[in-house]
Design a protein around this ligand. Structure first.
Ligand SMILES: [Zn+2]
Length: 79
């Protein structure tokens, strides 16, 4: 089989191309390396010193949550 063309990524939107509405918030997916072992035993590895945590950040009010369910109802950044 041939290689996949993984380089063919086009970002046309200038700001936050992956932002989407979640309730009143406009959120983007974020990932961050966190020191320590993953809290989920199924994703924990032997000798792990850091893990990649996924979370959501609202670009309007700046709130950061692990799940959309954790978002406050009101978006403090909306005008
Ligand atoms: Zn918000």
């Amino acid at each position: 089989m041939s290689d996949s063309n993984s380089h063919a990524i086009s970002a046309s939107a200038p700001n936050h191309p992956e932002a989407r509405y979640a309730g009143n918030h406009l959120v983007i997916d974020k990932t961050e390396w966190v020191p320590g072992k993953h809290p989920d035993p199924h994703r924990r590895r032997e000798g792990q010193t850091e893990y990649l945590e996924r979370y959501l950040r609202c670009i309007e009010c700046g709130v950061e949550v692990l799940s959309e369910r954790d978002l406050p109802v009101e978006c403090g950044g909306s005008r």
